[in-house]
Each structure stands twice: as C-alpha cells, then as structure tokens.
Write a protein that binds this ligand. Structure first.
Ligand code: PHE
Length: 519
C-alpha cells in the first residue's frame, strides 16, 4: 500500500491548524484563563507557545517527515539513526523522576505506571514513548468526544430555540444566564441524552476519517477552517458591542503579578501542548504525510500563529459577553454552555447567532477529533498484520472508534460526579491521590493534558535536541533546495530552543508543581 501525501503546503497547514484549533481554543482556553487569573494566564500562555510549543512542534514534524512512518516506528527509527543509545537511559531516569513526583502527590497508579515506564524505556527506548503518545491521544479523544456531543446537542437546542428556559418577560440577562447554567447542569447529569450526542459526534469523526488523508482530512479542512474564522469574527462583533463589554476585554488582556503561581504556569503549559496538538503523535503523524519540498519552520509558524489567534479571538468572543451579563468568569467547563445562551438570548436574531456559534464549535471539534483518531489509525494500519495482510483503514477506524467509545462511556456517565457510584469515587481517590478530581472526566483531562503531554513533549525534545541533534536535524527544517535562501539564524535559534529552553522549561514547571522548588 502506498502512503498518501498532502497535496500542498496550504493543505498541510490548514489540516494541522485544523487539528490544533479545536475545543482546546474555544471551550477550554477561555475557562482555563477564567479560572487562572485572566490576563496573567494569557501572557504565560503566549510565552510558552513561543519558547516551548513551537520548537517542539517543529521537532515533531521533522520526526514524521524524515521517517514517513507512524509515531511508534518513527521514534524508534530516529533513535536508531542517531546512534546514541544513552538517551534512552535518560528517558528512564526522567520516568523515575515522574514516579517520585507522582508519589509525593500520593497518586499511586501513575507512580506504578511511571515505574513501569522506567523499565519499558530502558528496554524499548523511544518506541515506547510512541505507544504512550498514542494511548494519550485515544484517552483524550474519549472525553473530547463527550464535549463534541454536548455541542451537537446545543446545535439542536439553538435550532429549536430551547437554549435557555422560557422566563417571564423582563428577566435580566443574569437571570437567564443562571437558568441556562442550570439547564446545562441538568443536561450533563442526564447521561442518556449526553450519550446520543456523543455517539453522533464519534460517528461524524469516523466518517471523515474513512475518507483518508486527501479526500477526508485535507478536503474538509480547506473548507471548514476559513469558515470557522469568519464565524468567530461575527460572534466577536456582537460580543464586544454589548454594554459593559470593556471589563471582559480588560480581564482577558491585563496581566497582574499577583495572579502568577506555579500552578498557573503548569496549567498554561499543559494547555499549550493540548492546544497545539503536541506530545500525542498527531504532529508526527501529520508530518509523516508531508513532502520534502515544504518548509517546516514556515508551516509550524503559521500553525502556531493561527492557533494562538483562534484562542485569543475565542476569549474576545466570550469574556466581554460573560462580563456584560455579569457572570463569574471562573465557572469551569460549563462556561460557554452556561454563559453564551444568555448572550444570544439578549440578541436580535439570537437563535441564528447561537446556531452559527455552535456549528463553528462543531467544525473546530471535528477537525481535531479526526486528528486524534488518525494517529491511532495510522499505528493500526502500519503495524497490524495477519499473515501478509496489513490493517485496512476501515478496520483501523473501527478499532479506534470502538476503543474510544468504550472509554468515553465512563466520561459520559460521570461528567458531574462519579455517576452516583461511591465505589468509583473511592477508587479514584485511592489511585490518584491529589490528582483525583470530582469526576472521571476532569481526572482524565487533568492527568492527560497537564502531566502526560509535558512528559511526552520532553521526550521529544530529548530525541530531537540531544539524540538526533540540531546539527543533523536543523537542515531538514527547510524545504529541499532552500538552503541559503532562508535566514540561517532561524534554524540555529530553533536548535538552541529545542535543546535547552524547552526541556529545561518543562522540567522546571514539573519541579515547582510537585513542590520541589517551593511555592
Ligand atoms: N488541539 C486540539 C484542541 O485545541 C485538541 C487536540 C489535541 C486535537 C491533540 C488533536 C490532537 O482542541
């Protein structure tokens, strides 16, 4: 079977931006910023994108394009080609460090996993990291699709004008917001209805993926990504012209020193990896379909800029509205589902805007969930063999779909609490210690994005920055035949960042969060 390629640079950039821009930008970034100090979080976030996120992204694209393999084989191959087997022991040491960090937080299950990692990395090296990346991607998809399901449901509500309950005329926006927050709370507490949306969303993801790289992912992204930006601008225009919107803009853009803490930095860093789709095999996988004549630095730069822009625009669409209707910006994952219906309710042609907004959100979510499932699918297609038969795309999508749906059921049935199951709650507290959360959904999100992603990203900096080495890797950042036509300091700067700044930054954040550097 021949491997597909992207048809053009733009196709690759849009598909990568499609994977990067998703619920992470529009649903998660605003509520994370809301909970973690507004402007301060935004500033830390932007710095993390520039100095840690982008170098890692270039590294992932390089690994993918150089090897043209699924993530597991790709990492193994780069490690072998580097001829520096010692790095895998550094990986084991890092894993041991993670085990200690988890133990200090009494998170016993991750401690055991990290100890297993010590052995697996020593024995299998970076291909074991490839497995971790794939597992994290599938785990993330399992709850990502739950939020996707909420969106499907909210499109239905917007179309049928049932976003907010019917209140007597003259109800204030704050009252409407409170009532629609309650509607959201009731909704997520009713797993059967959530299940329907979740299954529809998973099915949508599977269908796009069956189309493959060019006809499925690339074609979809080229149409949908521009549509997304246009819809976002429409919602912003409405939001910033509401009376009282200025306070929201200030909240989003003005940093305050008092709000800075190690936790805020950890959250921002985890969010950078999540939002740029790093550390979970996506960018390696997408890079593996990239031709040699494309320039990786340029592509990564565009993806980074578009993704950050989308997050900031989402903030601009949401916070002015949140403040205009007097809501609490730190109301967590339900922020957009509780707050925005009140805004739309107060607007002329409200249901039309609401439908636009949620359709846009669905677009963003599907272009990302497709990417999450694709990395598992590529692994399956390229590694599964029975006799001489390779896995087919159809089989791969079916297996990924089944796995994520099963895992997703946990998140469907315990979005708010533990689905009323005290034993489950106890087990979570026992296994996860201070990392335990109020629900499976939040536990998975926090563990996967704030702990696993920085770790796998750290491994990637090690592989590219130290095993392969910038001297050998950097020339490949440019398109074939482009040497001498591109400013030479850019690849050099990349080498420095990926070798020193990114890994040290990640380690420092870990140390401070697990209390080794003090608060
Ligand atoms: N980056 C996506 C977002 O911001 C989430 C995602 C992560 C998608 C990893 C694909 C892979 O929503």
């Amino acid at each position: 079977m021949t491997r597909e390629n992207w048809t053009s640079s733009i196709g690759f950039i849009l598909a990568s931006a499609g994977s990067a821009i998703g619920l992470g930008n529009i649903w998660k970034f605003p509520y994370m910023a809301g909970e973690n100090g507004g402007g301060t979080f935004v500033l830390v976030y932007v710095l993390c994108v520039a100095f840690i996120g982008l170098p890692v992204m270039c590294g992932e694209m390089l690994i993918g394009r150089h090897t043209r393999r699924n993530v597991i084989n790709a990492m193994g191959k780069v490690e072998r080609l580097s001829g520096r087997p010692a790095v895998r022991f550094v990986l084991s040491v890092l894993s041991a460090g993670m085990a200690v960090a988890f133990a200090t937080l009494h998170a016993w299950l991750p401690t055991v996993l990290a100890l297993l990692g010590v052995w697996a990395f020593a024995k299998k090296g970076f291909s074991a990291i490839g497995w971790v990346c794939t597992a994290v991607a599938l785990a993330i998809l399992s709850y990502y699709a739950v939020i996707g399901g909420w969106i499907v449901d909210y499109i239905w509500r917007a179309l049928t004008c049932t976003l907010a309950p019917a209140l007597p005329d003259g109800a204030t926006a704050a009252e409407v917001a409170k009532a629609s927050g309650a509607v959201f709370g009731d909704y997520v507490a009713n797993p059967w209805r959530v299940l329907v949306g979740f299954l529809i969303f998973m099915a949508l993801t599977g269908v796009v993926l069956l189309g493959g790289i060019q006809k499925g992912i690339e074609r979809m992204s080229k149409v949908l990504m521009p549509a997304l930006f246009i819809l976002l601008l429409v919602v912003i225009v409405r939001s910033v012209t509401l009376p009282g919107a200025a306070a929201g803009i200030e909240f989003l853009l003005k940093p305050t020193a008092a709000a800075l803490s190690p936790k805020v930095v950890l959250m921002a860093l985890g969010q950078v990896f999540f939002s740029l789709s790093l550390g979970m095999a996506i960018t390696v996988t997408y890079g593996s379909y990239l031709h040699k004549e494309h320039n990786i630095l340029r592509a990564a730069g565009w993806v980074g800029v578009l993704d950050t822009l989308a997050a900031l625009l989402a903030g601009l669409a949401i916070f002015p509205a949140v403040f205009a209707v007097g809501l609490d910006p730190s109301s967590g994952p339900g922020l957009i589902f509780g707050a925005l219906p009140a805004v739309f309710d107060a607007m002329w042609l409200g249901p039309v805007w609401a439908t636009c907004f949620f359709v846009m959100l669905l677009i963003a979510a599907v272009t990302s969930s497709v990417a999450l499932l694709e990395c598992g699918a590529t692994v399956f297609i390229e590694r599964w063999r029975r006799g001489h038969k390779r896995g087919s795309r159809k089989h791969a999508v079916a297996v990924g779909f089944a796995l994520c749906t099963l895992m997703g059921l946990m998140a469907v049935f315990s979005t708010n609490d533990w689905g009323g199951c005290a034993a489950l709650e106890k087990a979570a507290a026992l296994c996860m210690g201070q990392l335990a959360h109020d629900s499976w959904f939040n536990l998975l999100d926090n563990f996967a994005s704030n702990w696993c992603l920085p770790f796998t990203a750290l491994a990637i900096t090690l592989l590219v920055g130290w095993a392969w080495g910038p001297r050998r890797a950097a020339p490949e950042l440019l398109a074939a035949g482009e040497e001498g036509r591109f400013p030479a300091w850019v690849p050099r700067l990349w080498g420095f960042l990926v070798r020193w700044v990114s890994p040290i930054g990640i380690v420092l954040v870990f140390l401070s969060v697990s209390g080794f550097l003090g608060e």
